[in-house]
Design a protein around this ligand. Structure first.
Ligand SMILES: [Zn+2]
Length: 257
């Protein structure tokens, strides 16, 4: 019934999903919006859909399926045939998946920090920090070896936690007595634990460790361990002042003034 009503009102000459009506009503705009999303659920299929694209023998000597007419198949149902019910279900699932993906990083964007720090954490979580290991993968350099110790591949964990130069910093911060800090191998979990337990202390030290690494490896400038800690401390005080975030320190912290 609703199909007849919509078709009568909006498409008396036939229903064309590709046709846009700029000044349409809210109902029409909703239909168009759903159309855009639903179109993603369709894909091309070859022939009747029960043949092998690569291995079945096609007509005469034609390669592949040049003579077989292509059709459109619906991904939202095993039959490949679209129905209103499967379309609705597909839209709901898609929306849930999108929400889940976005909300999984909300904890980073909700942190009250200068934006560059939120973004830095996001990069780390996505294994997108340009360490030498990543730069080799992207063909920006020939060697993945750590530029500071010169011993092993510079993955993110090595860069931010495990390099001998970095371990010394974390030990002064008070992390040497915290087993999970050294044993965690999941980057996101490690970051989450660090943020949950030590807040901006963890984040700012992490940031300055990265900054010092870049200064040393790119500009050949050496930022001493005590200077890293001093800069991190200054940053914490700024964040505390501007965002009202309290400063948490590890139990056995031995901060330098
Ligand atoms: Zn190293």
């Amino acid at each position: 019934m609703w199909v007849k009503v919509l078709c009568g009102k909006y498409a008396p000459g036939g229903f064309d999903l590709y046709k846009h009506k700029v000044d349409g009503s809210s109902v029409w705009r909703a239909v168009l919006q759903a159309k855009t999303m639903l179109l993603e659920g369709f894909s091309l299929k070859v022939g009747s859909g029960d043949v092998s694209f690569f291995f079945d023998r096609w007509m005469s000597n034609e390669p592949l399926c040049r003579k077989v007419p292509d059709g459109i198949t619906w991904q939202g149902d095993v039959s490949g045939v679209y129905s209103a019910k499967s379309g609705y279900g597909w839209l709901i699932n898609r929306e849930n998946a999108d929400l889940q993906d976005d909300s999984s990083w909300l904890w980073i964007w909700k942190l009250k920090l200068p934006f560059k720090l939120n973004y830095f954490l996001w990069l780390v979580c996505h294994s997108a920090l340009p360490t030498n290991a990543l730069r080799v993968q992207r063909r920006c350099t020939n060697s993945d070896i750590c530029g500071r110790c010169g011993v092993v591949s510079e993955c993110i964990f090595h860069c931010l936690r495990d390099c001998c130069k970095v371990r010394a910093v974390w030990k002064v911060v008070g992390m040497d007595s915290i087993p999970w800090f050294w044993n965690e191998h999941n980057l996101v979990q490690w970051l989450k634990n660090g943020v949950d337990n030590f807040g901006i202390t963890f984040i700012t030290v992490l940031w300055w460790i990265w900054r010092a690494r870049c200064a040393e490896c790119i500009a050949n400038e050496n930022i001493e361990m005590m200077e890293i800690l001093r800069l991190a401390r200054l940053m914490q005080e700024d964040i505390h002042r501007v965002f009202g975030v309290s400063i948490v320190t590890p139990k056995e912290v031995r901060w330098v003034s």
